[in-house]
Write a protein of this length. Sequence first.
Length: 135
Amino acid sequence: PAGATAVRTGGLAPELRSPESGELVCDPETFSARCGGVCVSFPGRKKQLFALLARINRRPGHRVRCEDLRAVADVWDGSPVEDSTIRGAVTRLRRTLAAGGLGSVAGRIRTGTFQGDGYVILDPPRPTLANGQAH
């Protein structure tokens, strides 16, 4: 869909990059995330969790600093929230995804600190072969 963001899966053939093969697609038109044929919606107050997921899904495998998430026009839009607030949102995001059937995506979201900067990262999916084995 127009405006949707997707995991970049490197050199996999296009037919292997479909949502059915583990690609996470965030649709800002419907505030929903799809992966492997499962769709999770983020209604009402959960829209900020959707914004967080869409933001970390822009570049899977790359950390997003908490400072960047607080920036104007980003997830917290200039609000001076603490890193602990962001980590709490990550916990709620993981729970929402797991409850909606996307536990595999929830398990790929991590937080950490590097050189004094807190961050959130979405690990890319592990490509699978036709026999279901991971690369």
